[in-house]
Design a protein. Sequence first.
Length: 268
Amino acid sequence: MTTKEKTLWAAIVIVLGGVGYVTYNFFAGGAANAPPKSQVMPPPMAAPSAEPAVHNPIPGDASGDASKPLPTLADSDSALAEALGQLFGQDTVAAQLVRENIVRNIVVTVDNLPRQKVAVERRPVKATAGATRVTGDADSGDVVTLNVKNYARYAPFVKAVQAADVQQVGALYFHWYPLFQQAYEDLGYPGKYFNDRLVESIDDLLKTPDVAGPIRLVRPKVFFEYADPALESRSAGQKLLIRMGPDNAAAIKAKLRDLRAVVAGRKP
């Protein structure tokens, strides 16, 4: 697998859903202590207007190769996995991608990122191995902080994302956009526009505060939580970026700004 294949795959995982499962692994304290699965669903929606506003339309000339028609959403997994494999490498896709309900899982995860929780069972990529490093033992009454050595776990991933070509990631997204849109409406947003939600999710991540110094944690039950209520009240996506450390978070936010420019056609 080439460096190019690795970087492109890393970028699409970060932006189109990968942050969801990483957030879960931290706040659940590891897969072994995970509570029963529960799906995060959108709140009840009001009846859509006859002509809903679209704030970030997909470019009319960016839908991809018309000679390669898309499959139906129900039959899209095999074709999308193949397309991802051709672009990012079959070995990478086999190792990281959850090959069922790919489009729907990406849509659910993107929709959940600005919320307090993500639907872990709907993550589009497989769970990462290892556990988050902390300093102190909560069970012994110690003050527990996020160990700064934990930030190094993300360094190779962040480096790959920095090198990614967001134009090519955007081209893949645009070509498959009709299925993302269908899955978003099926999720409970009839008449709403998925690309608007993607931009909203990116904008929420870009609002993540810069946090320096030791980050205190508590674990009142199964989950780790931030001891600072102002941090704990942040969205799931923002809490992930904080956990990655200030340097890694800054790098990811820079790439998200570039991606936003592609999918929204303008800077935030």
